[in-house]
Design a protein around this ligand. Structure first.
Ligand SMILES: NC(=O)N[C@@H](CC(=O)O)C(=O)O
Ligand SMILES: [Zn+2]
Ligand SMILES: [Zn+2]
Length: 446
């Protein structure tokens, strides 16, 4: 393999240079081809191509070529908790997971409720240059739910904020939510809601059901999510605005999304890999590694969410990558922080829960991991078709090389993965951002 052919400069645009991906199968279809990316764009696709002088060459080994993944829901903890994740460490995890763009949630310390912070997140992401880090702006000042943040200022800044969320908390006051939706409509931006009726989750730490009852854990009912999903669908309808539901976790939410979409309401939703794979059966043993908001639910919820993704009722997969320090995850269950790592394990879990059971083909994976999230947030340079003239944001997947997860080997500064010692069925061979290799052979390039 030749030396690095290009690097992303501080503004993130690709420098001159070329990458050749040898022996890859776009969307897993047809015979392997070679793909040339020059100056950030796909310039040639064919059985035999001209390798430009000085190009970095990657052997795809017959693996699957997909558009680079887009994560609508990542927590990078900068500013404030750089001991658990930084924009750099999170970008490394993202590149290794096949991502070319991530949306960094606003629940940092201080909260990203102003353009100084959102612009800084954007700039730092560009300096690192491994993945486009799009700042999410807070909907309300300090995530307090009382006063709308300066959404217009954040949208107009260099961070070009296009998604707003109080994630971690629900925008609970319906009048504030209504105003946020109206304002967002005017700005052409998206509100993403952490759907949780807080009056139904006081003290709650586990899914309300037989398992929590047996273990004596205070329950978080499905209705806490579903009541906000239906409320916000109605508010979006009346405002003529769009609303996005973060981490959908219940069978009932799927039914409500189906109803809302049937009505023509502009509601979209994401599901996390952990809500596709894991259930509250994990809570036996009280290991706080399994504590997450919303909580792990029951098998019928995971099955409904998988089917909903296949049907397009749930639009996309988002990681809700939520790093926490080990001392915050190995205390008593009730005291532990909720959240789990997700960036490096998302694609293999999608393979396990959707591709292997025949619910999605690789075109479907491109849809839920890349195309739909890019469309929902309005990114025009991501989630694009694999074709000459399109941006060189690409991921090569090896579907035949399993690997075993070890939290301390992940790129994240935290190690709170619920998949410790589990085998993952697929590996990311390489990730390319605007024609620059950002990760290859399990190594990130910054
Ligand atoms: N999902 C979680 O359990 N935790 C998230 C917040 C959130 O996504 O609600 C976090 O920031 O740690
Ligand atoms: Zn949340
Ligand atoms: Zn979150």
């Amino acid at each position: 393999m030749s030396a690095h052919a290009g690097t992303a400069d501080a503004t993130g645009s690709a420098r001159s240079g070329s990458v050749v991906l040898h022996q890859v199968r776009p969307y897993g279809e047809g015979d392997p081809v070679d793909v040339v990316v020059t100056d950030g764009q796909i310039t040639e696709i064919g059985a035999t191509v001209t390798v430009p002088a000085g190009a970095e060459e990657i052997d795809g080994n017959g693996g699957i070529l997909l558009p680079g993944f887009v994560d609508m829901h990542t927590h990078l903890r900068e500013p404030g908790r750089e001991d658990t994740e930084t924009i750099r460490s999170g970008s490394r995890a993202a590149a290794l997971g096949g991502y070319t763009a991530v949306f960094a949630m606003a629940n940092t310390n201080p909260v990203a409720d102003n353009s100084t912070i959102t612009d800084n997140v954007w700039r730092t992401g560009r300096e690192v240059g491994l993945v486009d880090v799009h700042p999410v702006g807070a909907v309300t000042v300090g995530l307090k739910g009382e006063q709308l943040a300066e959404m217009g200022m954040m949208a107009a800044g260099v961070g070009n904020v296009r998604m707003f969320s109080d994630d971690g908390k629900c925008v609970h006051d319906p009048l504030i939510m209504r105003r946020a939706l109206e304002y967002a409509k005017g700005l052409g931006v998206l509100i993403a809601q952490h759907a949780e009726e807080p009056r139904l989750t006081v003290g709650a730490i586990a899914h309300e059901g037989p398992t929590a009852a047996r273990l004596g854990l205070a329950g978080w009912p499905r209705a806490a999510e579903e009541s906000i999903v239906v409320r916000d669908a109605l508010l979006a309808r009346d405002a003529g605005a769009r609303v996005h539901i973060c981490h959908a976790s219940t069978e009932g939410t799927v039914e409500l999304l189906r109803w809302a979409k049937d009505q023509g309401i502009s509601v979209t939703a994401e599901v996390t890999p952990h809500h596709l794979l894991l259930t509250d059966a994990r809570l036996e043993g009280y290991d706080p590694i399994n504590k997450v908001n919303p909580p792990l639910r029951e098998e019928r919820d995971t099955l409904a969410l998988r089917q909903a993704l296949a049907d397009g009722i749930v639009d996309c997969v988002a990681t809700d990558h939520a790093p926490h320090a080990s001392q915050e995850k190995c205390c008593e269950f009730s005291a532990a922080k909720p959240g789990m790592l997700g960036l490096q394990t998302a694609l293999p879990i999608v393979v396990q829960t959707l591709v292997e059971p025949g619910l999605l083909d690789w075109r479907g994976v491109a849809r839920v991991m890349s195309e739909r999230p890019a469309q929902i947030v309005g990114l025009t340079d991501q989630g694009r078709p694999i074709a000459v003239g399109e941006p060189g944001n690409l991921t090569v997947v090896d579907p035949d090389t399993p690997w075993v997860v070890h939290g301390d080997e992940l790129a994240s500064l935290s190690s709170n993965t619920p998949y410790e010692a589990m085998s993952m069925p697929a590996t990311i061979t390489a990730t390319v951002l605007r024609g620059v290799v950002t990760a290859a052979g399990g190594q990130a390039r910054a």
